[in-house]
Ligand binder design. Structure first.
Ligand code: ADE
Length: 418
Protein backbone atom coordinates (compact mmCIF):
# COMPACT_ATOMS: atom_id res chain seq x y z
CA UNK A 1 0.00 0.00 0.00
CA UNK A 2 1.51 3.32 -1.06
CA UNK A 3 1.52 6.01 1.60
CA UNK A 4 2.47 9.18 -0.31
CA UNK A 5 1.56 12.60 1.08
CA UNK A 6 1.26 15.25 -1.63
CA UNK A 7 -0.89 18.37 -1.70
CA UNK A 8 -2.36 18.55 -5.21
CA UNK A 9 -2.87 15.02 -6.63
CA UNK A 10 -4.92 16.51 -9.48
CA UNK A 11 -1.79 18.21 -10.86
CA UNK A 12 -0.24 14.86 -11.78
CA UNK A 13 -0.86 15.21 -15.55
CA UNK A 14 1.00 18.54 -15.66
CA UNK A 15 3.76 17.02 -13.54
CA UNK A 16 4.19 14.12 -15.97
CA UNK A 17 4.46 16.56 -18.90
CA UNK A 18 7.17 18.48 -17.05
CA UNK A 19 9.08 15.29 -16.21
CA UNK A 20 8.92 14.22 -19.88
CA UNK A 21 10.27 17.62 -20.89
CA UNK A 22 13.16 17.18 -18.47
CA UNK A 23 13.85 13.69 -19.82
CA UNK A 24 14.30 15.13 -23.32
CA UNK A 25 17.15 17.26 -21.94
CA UNK A 26 18.75 14.69 -19.67
CA UNK A 27 20.20 12.38 -22.31
CA UNK A 28 23.17 11.23 -20.23
CA UNK A 29 20.97 10.13 -17.33
CA UNK A 30 18.57 8.45 -19.76
CA UNK A 31 21.45 6.30 -21.03
CA UNK A 32 22.19 5.25 -17.46
CA UNK A 33 18.49 4.46 -16.98
CA UNK A 34 18.48 2.20 -20.04
CA UNK A 35 21.41 0.21 -18.66
CA UNK A 36 19.94 0.07 -15.15
CA UNK A 37 16.64 -1.26 -16.54
CA UNK A 38 18.57 -4.20 -18.01
CA UNK A 39 20.96 -4.82 -15.11
CA UNK A 40 18.63 -3.98 -12.15
CA UNK A 41 21.51 -3.12 -9.75
CA UNK A 42 19.11 -2.06 -6.97
CA UNK A 43 16.81 -5.08 -7.04
CA UNK A 44 15.25 -5.52 -3.59
CA UNK A 45 16.76 -2.32 -2.15
CA UNK A 46 15.07 0.79 -0.76
CA UNK A 47 16.59 4.15 -1.62
CA UNK A 48 15.54 6.99 0.71
CA UNK A 49 15.98 10.49 -0.67
CA UNK A 50 15.84 14.03 0.68
CA UNK A 51 16.28 16.08 -2.48
CA UNK A 52 14.51 19.05 -4.07
CA UNK A 53 11.38 17.51 -5.61
CA UNK A 54 11.72 18.91 -9.12
CA UNK A 55 11.14 17.55 -12.60
CA UNK A 56 14.88 16.75 -12.84
CA UNK A 57 14.83 14.86 -9.54
CA UNK A 58 11.85 12.92 -10.86
CA UNK A 59 14.01 11.75 -13.77
CA UNK A 60 16.56 10.46 -11.24
CA UNK A 61 13.81 8.79 -9.19
CA UNK A 62 12.49 6.96 -12.27
CA UNK A 63 16.06 5.91 -13.13
CA UNK A 64 16.68 4.38 -9.70
CA UNK A 65 13.24 2.75 -9.70
CA UNK A 66 13.86 1.25 -13.15
CA UNK A 67 17.11 -0.07 -11.68
CA UNK A 68 15.02 -2.13 -9.28
CA UNK A 69 14.79 0.14 -6.23
CA UNK A 70 11.79 1.09 -4.15
CA UNK A 71 12.26 4.87 -3.92
CA UNK A 72 10.95 6.93 -1.01
CA UNK A 73 11.47 10.67 -1.35
CA UNK A 74 10.94 13.91 0.53
CA UNK A 75 12.13 17.44 -0.22
CA UNK A 76 15.22 19.09 1.22
CA UNK A 77 13.87 22.63 1.43
CA UNK A 78 10.39 23.82 2.42
CA UNK A 79 10.01 26.05 -0.66
CA UNK A 80 11.54 23.96 -3.46
CA UNK A 81 8.96 21.23 -4.08
CA UNK A 82 7.19 21.41 -7.44
CA UNK A 83 3.74 20.16 -6.41
CA UNK A 84 2.78 18.93 -9.88
CA UNK A 85 5.92 16.80 -10.03
CA UNK A 86 5.28 15.43 -6.52
CA UNK A 87 1.75 14.48 -7.63
CA UNK A 88 3.06 12.72 -10.74
CA UNK A 89 5.69 10.81 -8.77
CA UNK A 90 3.11 9.69 -6.21
CA UNK A 91 1.33 7.84 -9.03
CA UNK A 92 4.47 6.01 -10.16
CA UNK A 93 4.87 2.33 -9.39
CA UNK A 94 7.57 1.74 -6.78
CA UNK A 95 7.74 5.37 -5.60
CA UNK A 96 6.47 7.07 -2.43
CA UNK A 97 6.56 10.87 -2.01
CA UNK A 98 6.24 13.02 1.09
CA UNK A 99 6.48 16.70 0.16
CA UNK A 100 4.67 19.87 -0.68
CA UNK A 101 5.73 23.42 -1.37
CA UNK A 102 5.40 25.67 1.66
CA UNK A 103 5.59 22.89 4.24
CA UNK A 104 6.22 24.02 7.82
CA UNK A 105 9.37 23.07 9.72
CA UNK A 106 7.37 20.45 11.65
CA UNK A 107 6.00 19.00 8.41
CA UNK A 108 9.50 19.03 6.91
CA UNK A 109 10.81 16.88 9.76
CA UNK A 110 7.71 14.65 9.80
CA UNK A 111 8.26 13.92 6.08
CA UNK A 112 11.94 13.23 6.74
CA UNK A 113 10.78 10.73 9.38
CA UNK A 114 8.48 9.13 6.79
CA UNK A 115 11.56 8.45 4.66
CA UNK A 116 13.52 7.14 7.64
CA UNK A 117 10.62 4.79 8.50
CA UNK A 118 11.01 3.15 5.09
CA UNK A 119 14.33 1.75 6.40
CA UNK A 120 16.47 2.81 3.45
CA UNK A 121 19.44 0.70 2.32
CA UNK A 122 20.91 3.76 0.58
CA UNK A 123 20.34 7.43 1.40
CA UNK A 124 20.54 10.35 -1.00
CA UNK A 125 20.79 13.79 0.53
CA UNK A 126 21.04 17.38 -0.59
CA UNK A 127 22.23 19.16 2.54
CA UNK A 128 22.77 16.17 4.88
CA UNK A 129 19.45 16.36 6.78
CA UNK A 130 18.57 12.69 6.16
CA UNK A 131 21.97 11.40 7.31
CA UNK A 132 21.73 13.64 10.38
CA UNK A 133 18.18 12.50 11.18
CA UNK A 134 19.16 8.83 10.99
CA UNK A 135 22.31 9.30 13.10
CA UNK A 136 20.52 11.35 15.74
CA UNK A 137 17.16 9.64 15.99
CA UNK A 138 17.30 6.18 14.35
CA UNK A 139 20.76 4.79 15.07
CA UNK A 140 19.35 1.24 14.91
CA UNK A 141 19.30 1.64 11.09
CA UNK A 142 23.00 2.49 10.80
CA UNK A 143 24.19 -1.10 10.79
CA UNK A 144 22.25 -2.16 7.71
CA UNK A 145 22.68 0.96 5.56
CA UNK A 146 24.97 0.27 2.59
CA UNK A 147 25.90 3.89 2.13
CA UNK A 148 24.76 7.34 1.15
CA UNK A 149 25.25 10.04 -1.48
CA UNK A 150 25.48 13.78 -0.86
CA UNK A 151 24.68 16.36 -3.53
CA UNK A 152 25.87 19.69 -2.25
CA UNK A 153 28.85 21.62 -0.86
CA UNK A 154 27.02 22.41 2.38
CA UNK A 155 26.13 18.75 2.90
CA UNK A 156 29.72 17.64 2.31
CA UNK A 157 30.93 20.23 4.84
CA UNK A 158 28.49 18.80 7.41
CA UNK A 159 29.64 15.25 6.64
CA UNK A 160 33.28 16.23 7.12
CA UNK A 161 32.35 17.81 10.46
CA UNK A 162 30.69 14.50 11.41
CA UNK A 163 33.86 12.60 10.44
CA UNK A 164 35.96 14.97 12.53
CA UNK A 165 33.69 14.38 15.51
CA UNK A 166 33.88 10.59 14.94
CA UNK A 167 30.12 10.54 14.30
CA UNK A 168 29.65 9.38 10.69
CA UNK A 169 28.82 5.68 10.77
CA UNK A 170 28.49 4.74 7.10
CA UNK A 171 30.22 5.62 3.82
CA UNK A 172 28.76 8.63 1.99
CA UNK A 173 29.80 9.54 -1.54
CA UNK A 174 30.49 13.25 -1.98
CA UNK A 175 28.81 13.55 -5.40
CA UNK A 176 29.45 17.30 -5.16
CA UNK A 177 33.16 16.60 -5.51
CA UNK A 178 32.75 15.18 -9.02
CA UNK A 179 34.14 17.58 -11.61
CA UNK A 180 30.97 16.96 -13.58
CA UNK A 181 29.02 18.26 -10.58
CA UNK A 182 30.70 21.23 -8.92
CA UNK A 183 32.33 22.63 -12.06
CA UNK A 184 29.08 22.38 -14.03
CA UNK A 185 25.98 22.47 -11.77
CA UNK A 186 27.43 24.93 -9.24
CA UNK A 187 28.84 27.18 -11.97
CA UNK A 188 26.53 27.12 -14.99
CA UNK A 189 23.50 25.92 -13.04
CA UNK A 190 23.61 28.34 -10.13
CA UNK A 191 24.72 31.14 -12.42
CA UNK A 192 21.67 30.87 -14.64
CA UNK A 193 19.04 29.74 -12.15
CA UNK A 194 19.88 32.42 -9.56
CA UNK A 195 19.32 35.15 -12.11
CA UNK A 196 16.19 33.32 -13.24
CA UNK A 197 14.91 33.40 -9.64
CA UNK A 198 15.63 37.10 -9.25
CA UNK A 199 13.99 37.90 -12.57
CA UNK A 200 10.84 35.94 -11.76
CA UNK A 201 10.68 37.33 -8.20
CA UNK A 202 11.30 41.00 -8.94
CA UNK A 203 11.40 41.41 -12.75
CA UNK A 204 14.63 43.37 -12.41
CA UNK A 205 16.74 44.95 -15.11
CA UNK A 206 20.32 43.89 -14.49
CA UNK A 207 21.89 46.22 -17.07
CA UNK A 208 23.49 49.17 -15.32
CA UNK A 209 22.78 47.84 -11.82
CA UNK A 210 25.44 47.07 -9.24
CA UNK A 211 25.29 43.40 -8.33
CA UNK A 212 27.13 42.38 -5.16
CA UNK A 213 28.05 38.68 -5.16
CA UNK A 214 29.05 37.45 -1.73
CA UNK A 215 31.20 34.33 -2.03
CA UNK A 216 33.34 33.48 -5.07
CA UNK A 217 33.36 29.68 -5.01
CA UNK A 218 31.99 27.79 -8.04
CA UNK A 219 28.47 29.10 -7.40
CA UNK A 220 29.53 32.72 -6.88
CA UNK A 221 31.69 32.57 -10.01
CA UNK A 222 28.65 31.49 -12.00
CA UNK A 223 26.43 34.23 -10.58
CA UNK A 224 29.06 36.92 -11.21
CA UNK A 225 29.64 35.72 -14.77
CA UNK A 226 25.96 35.70 -15.69
CA UNK A 227 25.35 38.98 -13.86
CA UNK A 228 28.05 40.61 -15.98
CA UNK A 229 26.54 38.97 -19.05
CA UNK A 230 23.27 40.77 -18.30
CA UNK A 231 25.08 44.09 -18.06
CA UNK A 232 25.47 44.47 -14.30
CA UNK A 233 28.52 46.02 -12.66
CA UNK A 234 29.65 43.23 -10.38
CA UNK A 235 31.33 43.63 -7.01
CA UNK A 236 32.62 40.51 -5.26
CA UNK A 237 32.94 40.22 -1.47
CA UNK A 238 35.07 37.34 -0.18
CA UNK A 239 36.83 36.10 2.95
CA UNK A 240 39.19 33.74 1.10
CA UNK A 241 42.31 35.48 -0.22
CA UNK A 242 42.75 33.21 -3.24
CA UNK A 243 39.10 33.41 -4.31
CA UNK A 244 39.26 37.20 -3.93
CA UNK A 245 42.33 37.20 -6.18
CA UNK A 246 40.52 35.06 -8.74
CA UNK A 247 37.60 37.49 -8.72
CA UNK A 248 39.97 40.40 -9.32
CA UNK A 249 41.77 38.57 -12.15
CA UNK A 250 38.37 37.78 -13.67
CA UNK A 251 37.85 41.52 -13.87
CA UNK A 252 35.48 42.15 -10.96
CA UNK A 253 35.78 44.78 -8.26
CA UNK A 254 36.62 43.26 -4.89
CA UNK A 255 35.93 44.92 -1.55
CA UNK A 256 34.58 44.14 1.93
CA UNK A 257 30.80 43.93 2.15
CA UNK A 258 30.84 46.87 4.57
CA UNK A 259 31.99 49.03 1.62
CA UNK A 260 29.94 47.32 -1.08
CA UNK A 261 26.71 48.10 0.80
CA UNK A 262 27.09 51.76 -0.14
CA UNK A 263 26.78 50.89 -3.84
CA UNK A 264 24.83 47.67 -4.27
CA UNK A 265 21.43 47.47 -5.94
CA UNK A 266 21.18 43.66 -5.89
CA UNK A 267 22.85 41.25 -3.44
CA UNK A 268 23.30 37.50 -3.80
CA UNK A 269 24.77 35.36 -1.01
CA UNK A 270 26.47 32.12 -2.11
CA UNK A 271 28.81 31.30 0.75
CA UNK A 272 27.40 28.33 2.73
CA UNK A 273 27.97 30.42 5.85
CA UNK A 274 25.74 32.08 8.39
CA UNK A 275 24.66 35.78 8.57
CA UNK A 276 26.95 36.99 5.82
CA UNK A 277 24.44 39.77 5.26
CA UNK A 278 23.84 40.93 8.82
CA UNK A 279 21.69 43.66 10.31
CA UNK A 280 24.44 46.31 10.20
CA UNK A 281 24.88 45.68 6.45
CA UNK A 282 21.15 46.04 5.84
CA UNK A 283 21.09 49.32 7.78
CA UNK A 284 23.75 50.73 5.45
CA UNK A 285 22.12 49.61 2.17
CA UNK A 286 20.50 51.92 -0.37
CA UNK A 287 16.74 52.32 -0.55
CA UNK A 288 15.29 49.69 -2.90
CA UNK A 289 18.10 47.14 -2.51
CA UNK A 290 17.07 43.60 -3.47
CA UNK A 291 18.50 40.69 -1.45
CA UNK A 292 18.59 37.04 -2.45
CA UNK A 293 20.32 33.92 -1.24
CA UNK A 294 21.48 31.04 -3.40
CA UNK A 295 23.25 29.05 -0.69
CA UNK A 296 21.67 25.87 0.65
CA UNK A 297 20.26 27.16 3.96
CA UNK A 298 18.19 30.27 4.69
CA UNK A 299 20.64 31.65 7.25
CA UNK A 300 23.04 33.53 4.95
CA UNK A 301 20.89 36.65 5.19
CA UNK A 302 20.03 37.39 8.82
CA UNK A 303 16.29 37.08 8.22
CA UNK A 304 15.58 36.87 11.95
CA UNK A 305 17.06 40.32 12.52
CA UNK A 306 15.15 41.68 9.52
CA UNK A 307 11.88 40.19 10.79
CA UNK A 308 12.44 41.46 14.34
CA UNK A 309 13.90 44.90 13.72
CA UNK A 310 12.25 46.16 10.54
CA UNK A 311 9.42 48.66 11.02
CA UNK A 312 7.00 46.84 8.73
CA UNK A 313 6.76 44.13 6.11
CA UNK A 314 4.45 43.44 3.21
CA UNK A 315 4.29 40.77 0.55
CA UNK A 316 4.55 42.53 -2.78
CA UNK A 317 4.03 39.37 -4.85
CA UNK A 318 4.49 35.63 -4.27
CA UNK A 319 8.28 35.55 -3.97
CA UNK A 320 9.05 39.12 -2.99
CA UNK A 321 8.78 40.76 0.44
CA UNK A 322 9.33 44.45 1.18
CA UNK A 323 10.72 45.43 4.58
CA UNK A 324 10.71 49.01 5.83
CA UNK A 325 13.92 49.74 7.69
CA UNK A 326 14.40 53.26 9.10
CA UNK A 327 12.45 54.81 6.26
CA UNK A 328 14.08 52.76 3.49
CA UNK A 329 12.59 49.80 1.63
CA UNK A 330 14.63 46.62 1.39
CA UNK A 331 13.32 43.75 -0.75
CA UNK A 332 13.98 40.06 -0.13
CA UNK A 333 13.37 37.42 -2.80
CA UNK A 334 12.17 33.92 -1.89
CA UNK A 335 12.13 34.53 1.89
CA UNK A 336 15.93 34.27 1.94
CA UNK A 337 15.73 30.62 0.86
CA UNK A 338 17.49 29.28 -2.25
CA UNK A 339 16.17 31.86 -4.71
CA UNK A 340 16.68 29.64 -7.75
CA UNK A 341 14.34 26.96 -6.41
CA UNK A 342 12.02 29.13 -4.31
CA UNK A 343 11.32 31.66 -7.05
CA UNK A 344 12.21 29.67 -10.18
CA UNK A 345 12.62 26.01 -11.18
CA UNK A 346 16.19 25.36 -10.05
CA UNK A 347 18.96 24.51 -12.48
CA UNK A 348 18.00 23.59 -16.01
CA UNK A 349 17.69 19.89 -16.86
CA UNK A 350 20.85 19.68 -18.99
CA UNK A 351 23.09 20.53 -16.07
CA UNK A 352 21.14 18.39 -13.58
CA UNK A 353 21.65 15.45 -15.93
CA UNK A 354 25.35 15.57 -15.08
CA UNK A 355 24.79 15.92 -11.34
CA UNK A 356 22.22 13.14 -11.26
CA UNK A 357 24.33 10.77 -13.37
CA UNK A 358 26.73 11.26 -10.47
CA UNK A 359 24.00 10.28 -7.98
CA UNK A 360 22.88 7.24 -9.99
CA UNK A 361 26.41 5.96 -10.55
CA UNK A 362 27.33 6.65 -6.91
CA UNK A 363 24.42 4.42 -5.79
CA UNK A 364 25.67 1.69 -8.14
CA UNK A 365 29.23 2.14 -6.81
CA UNK A 366 27.98 1.71 -3.23
CA UNK A 367 26.17 -1.51 -4.12
CA UNK A 368 29.13 -2.90 -6.07
CA UNK A 369 31.45 -2.13 -3.15
CA UNK A 370 29.02 -3.17 -0.42
CA UNK A 371 30.91 -4.02 2.81
CA UNK A 372 34.23 -2.80 1.38
CA UNK A 373 33.98 0.94 2.02
CA UNK A 374 34.87 2.39 5.41
CA UNK A 375 32.51 4.83 7.14
CA UNK A 376 33.43 8.33 6.02
CA UNK A 377 33.31 10.62 3.01
CA UNK A 378 33.97 8.75 -0.24
CA UNK A 379 35.18 10.27 -3.51
CA UNK A 380 34.18 8.47 -6.70
CA UNK A 381 37.02 7.21 -8.93
CA UNK A 382 37.96 9.53 -11.79
CA UNK A 383 36.71 6.99 -14.35
CA UNK A 384 33.16 7.56 -13.13
CA UNK A 385 33.50 11.31 -13.66
CA UNK A 386 34.95 10.62 -17.09
CA UNK A 387 32.11 8.23 -17.94
CA UNK A 388 29.61 10.98 -17.08
CA UNK A 389 31.36 13.45 -19.41
CA UNK A 390 31.39 10.83 -22.17
CA UNK A 391 27.69 10.10 -21.72
CA UNK A 392 26.87 13.80 -21.89
CA UNK A 393 29.00 14.35 -25.00
CA UNK A 394 27.20 11.43 -26.64
CA UNK A 395 23.84 12.87 -25.63
CA UNK A 396 24.87 16.18 -27.22
CA UNK A 397 26.06 14.45 -30.39
CA UNK A 398 29.65 15.63 -29.90
CA UNK A 399 32.75 13.63 -30.77
CA UNK A 400 36.27 14.27 -29.47
CA UNK A 401 39.81 13.13 -30.31
CA UNK A 402 41.61 10.16 -28.73
CA UNK A 403 45.23 9.98 -27.62
CA UNK A 404 47.49 8.11 -30.07
CA UNK A 405 49.64 5.26 -28.69
CA UNK A 406 52.66 7.53 -29.08
CA UNK A 407 50.99 10.28 -27.04
CA UNK A 408 49.83 7.87 -24.33
CA UNK A 409 53.38 6.54 -24.00
CA UNK A 410 54.83 10.08 -23.94
CA UNK A 411 52.57 11.11 -21.08
CA UNK A 412 53.83 8.28 -18.90
CA UNK A 413 57.53 8.65 -19.74
CA UNK A 414 60.19 10.88 -18.21
CA UNK A 415 63.37 10.34 -20.28
CA UNK A 416 62.85 13.00 -22.97
CA UNK A 417 63.22 16.67 -22.03
CA UNK A 418 64.27 19.69 -24.11
N1 ADE B 1 19.32 21.89 -7.29
C1 ADE B 1 19.40 22.96 -8.09
N2 ADE B 1 18.56 22.85 -9.13
C2 ADE B 1 17.92 21.66 -9.00
C3 ADE B 1 16.95 20.99 -9.78
N3 ADE B 1 16.47 21.50 -10.91
N4 ADE B 1 16.54 19.79 -9.33
C4 ADE B 1 17.04 19.28 -8.18
N5 ADE B 1 17.94 19.85 -7.43
C5 ADE B 1 18.40 21.05 -7.83
Amino acid sequence: MKASKVKYPDQADQGRLNVELAERNMGALMQVRKRFAKERPFHGLTIGMALHVTKETAVLVRTLRDGGARVVITGCNPLSTQDDVAAALAQEEGVEVFAHRGESKDEYYAFLRDVVMSKPDITIDDGCDLVTEIHQNSPELLESIIGGCEETTTGVLRLRAMVKAGMLKYPVVAVNDNKTKHLMDNYYGTGQSTLDGLLRAANLLFAGKTLVVIGYGSCGKGVALRGRGMGANVIVAEVDAFCALQARMDGFRVMPLSEAVKEGDIYVTVTGNVHVIDWQHILAMKDGAVLANSGHFDNEINMKALEEHSDSKRRVRPCLDEYTVHGKNIFVAGEGRLVNLAAAEGHPSEVMSLSFCGQALACEYLVKNRGKLAAGVVTLPEQVDDEISQLQLKAMGLKIDCLTDEQRKYLTSWEHGT
